[in-house]
Design a protein around this ligand. Sequence first.
Ligand code: SAM
Ligand code: SF4
Length: 333
Amino acid sequence: MGTADPLLDTFGRIHNNLRVSVTDRCNIRCFYCMPEHPVEFVPRAEILSFEEIERFVRIAVRLGVRKVRLTGGEPLLRKNLPSLVRRIAAIEGIDDLSLTTNGVLLAELAQPLYEAGLRRVNVHLDTLDRERFVQITRRDELGRVLDGIHACRRAGYDPIKINAVAVKNLVEPDIVPLARFGREHGVEIRYIEFMPLDAQGLWLRDKVLLADDILEMLAREIGPLAPEPNGDPRAPASEYRFTDGAGRVGFIGSVSRPFCLSCNRIRLTADGKLRYCLFAIEETDVKDLLRGGAPDEEVVRVIRSTVRAKWIGHEINSMQFVPPPRPMYAIGG
Ligand code: SAM
Ligand code: SF4
């Protein structure tokens, strides 16, 4: 591990958090992310190899990255994912390695991934109702996702968090049952406001179920909540605990509670593009550098210049907002 200067942008934000997408493929079709069909995927030859990902992560760690999250598309579709986890977990300097998954393949993979060194997992689940699950994901996989969550509990993952996308006039009946599920099974539910990243351009402000409305529903139906005092001030989620001591919930309020001013993230797409924001319009290619035999210094230069180009924040709340050219599954959520 080197002692290079941190990844500082022009607004004084230090970047120590890297999200790596390992594939843009997925085995379900959430309507707020993917089109039903046809889905355009990046040709396989364009997807970074494990060697290329590992090299990039090592360089990023030299620049101060301490947190790495694997995502996609659906990361569990990437063949031999445990071997990538093993390689990354072995990199000195990473304090926190985690994975975001839809959970469909977790029943088989929770244990091998744990053995490879993964300890933290976020499982995406919006509803406990089978029909609504099918309506949202266009696939009948609720049973496998629940089996996957229980496999994570048995394997010993801690924490296990559930990502629930909050779409208005759709998931209201799911808010309270999910929180109860979380309280019962010791998992934290994170409600994520619907963001304008869907492939079909369906997003409208009116379709966002806001964090404040969810909080109010939970307080009314379950009981009082108090803001979690010890939360990481740079983490995107605002966290609350039920005051009876049973469980916590979090909110990723990108629309109503933007956290851009404390953003510490950069993202590497499955096809080797570096992005300074989920909503960025521009991205910088690093694949050709990694493939073309460029020295580490050249990759460092590109990482630094991408961070320096970072804007102050997304403009979801302004008339000027332009959605990014790629939808969520192609960026890596
Ligand atoms: N397939 C995995 C999954 O679903 O967790 C990992 C990739 S997915 C793009 C990452 C996360 O993005 C999901 O957990 C989901 O909660 C979130 N997500 C996807 N589309 C979204 C949208 N339009 N608005 C808000 N969150 C979204
Ligand atoms: Fe697949 Fe995740 Fe997108 Fe759903 S949110 S379609 S599970 S990549």
